[in-house]
Design a protein around this ligand. Structure first.
Ligand code: HEC
Length: 136
């Protein structure tokens, strides 16, 4: 029950995020696009790996994704005036923790739900900060 409450709270936070979604123009020339491509690969496999109960592969995906959200967290912390990008990155990391916990408990459905929230975090940030709308 407590786990459910935590999930709901996080979900509410993510639902609230688009309220701030007003496109922000920032200088991105030092941004690590290669890392973004790495995590794009990881997110594609993440939910299928979970649904296929391939926990080891899912943990590898999660490690890659953690690298991505840690990067965006630090990058936007340094930028300033991009507080919601920092928040979204934190939410992504929290959802990754949730997924790992659910994987350890072999709750694959809850883990897959968490993985969907992780990809929402990608989109939430892109809606505001990525110059062109993309699939991710
Ligand atoms: C906190 C913000 C933020 C988060 C979270 C984030 N991104 Fe991004 N992403 C960006 C920004 C900003 C750009 C644009 C970079 C640029 O134009 O140089 C970008 C660009 C990209 C690109 C295109 C790279 C290119 O060559 O133009 C891909 C692919 C991508 N992100 C995937 C992801 C995936 C997958 C996730 C989630 C697992 C994710 N991103 C999470 C901010 C974020």
């Amino acid at each position: 029950m407590r786990k459910f409450t935590m999930l709901s709270t996080l979900a509410a936070l993510l639902v609230a995020a688009p309220v701030f979604a007003e496109r922000v123009t920032i200088d991105l020339k030092d941004y690590d696009d290669d890392l973004m491509h790495d995590i794009e690969r990881a997110i594609k496999y993440f939910e299928p790996d979970i649904s296929g109960q391939n926990a080891d592969a899912a943990r590898d995906d999660a490690a890659e994704l953690r690298r991505g959200f840690t990067y965006t967290h630090d990058y936007f912390s340094k930028k300033g005036n991009t507080q919601d990008a920092v928040e979204i990155s934190k939410q992504g990391l929290q959802w990754l923790d949730t997924v790992l916990k659910e994987l350890d408990a072999e709750n694959y459905e809850a883990a897959a739900e968490g993985a969907r929230e992780v990809s929402k975090a990608c989109r939430n940030c892109h809606d505001t900060y990525k110059p062109d709308k993309a699939r991710f």
